[in-house]
Design a binder for this molecule. Structure first.
Ligand code: ADP
Ligand code: MG
Length: 207
């Protein structure tokens, strides 16, 4: 079973990797965007960890709803509302249970990913964060675990390189968006990797 601590570790592990990788995310957002993705997300996840420390929510759902709210109010850009919706909707779907099973979490995450697709109108193959998130949920649905989900998300992010963007800022470039890995899919892979780190125990274990 997964408790509030697990979800807190998920958020702090993600905040740490976003911090480490912020420059890379911004560099990816430079040729096909406006070079702000890393700084946007870093600001957002710093706000998430600060809010979690201050308010100490005690259920999985409350941790994710609080995190999502912070992302919506601090990240800005396209990705803020989308990531915020992902975490908020996933958290709401978890309700107020003190612990949730991996299966319940997978279902809730599916609800969250569906909400992102509805809000942004992106489908798999449009070269967005969806291309990392959907394979991750599919891996969890197949019972493969957090590590396999992280690998699936990473592969999904890498597979965005040859795609032409059909949503977001990168889509303005048309065919010129081809040949670059999508920054949002890359950060989504970090988010899923954080889940695997949280599952590993302390969130600080070397992989
Ligand atoms: P902005 O494009 O407003 O500067 P960011 O740079 O923070 O926002 O985030 C860009 C990322 O957001 C993209 O790489 C893409 O993965 C994701 N994104 C943009 N639009 C959409 C959308 N409609 N649906 C899903 N993801 C999207
Ligand atoms: Mg940008």
């Amino acid at each position: 079973m997964l408790d509030a601590d697990h979800f807190r570790r998920w958020m702090t592990a993600t905040a740490a990797s976003v911090d480490r990788e912020a420059e890379r995310l911004t560099a990816l957002d430079s040729p096909i965007g406006d070079a702000d993705h890393g700084s946007n997300l870093r600001r957002g996840f710093r706000a998430v960890t600060a809010a979690l420390e201050k308010e100490a929510p005690d259920t999985p759902g409350a941790v994710l709803v609080l995190a999502g709210r912070q992302l919506i109010s601090t990240v800005g850009g396209a990705s803020g509302p989308l990531y915020g919706t992902l975490l908020r909707r996933t958290g709401k779907a978890l309700g107020d249970a003190a612990e949730v099973s991996e299966e319940q979490f997978t279902q809730a995450l599916r609800t969250g990913v569906d909400a992102v697709m509805q809000l942004g109108g992106a489908a798999p193959g449009d070269k967005t964060m969806i291309d990392a998130l959907v394979p991750a949920v599919d891996a969890l649905d197949a019972g493969l675990g957090f590590g396999a989900a992280a690998t699936a998300a990473e592969q999904g992010a890498e597979a965005t390189t040859p795609l032409q963007a059909r949503k977001g800022r990168a889509s303005y470039l048309g065919e010129r968006s081809i040949g670059h890995q999508d920054p949002g899919a890359t950060s989504a892979a970090l988010l899923v990797a954080g889940l695997a780190e949280a599952g590993a125990g302390t969130g600080a274990d070397p992989v």
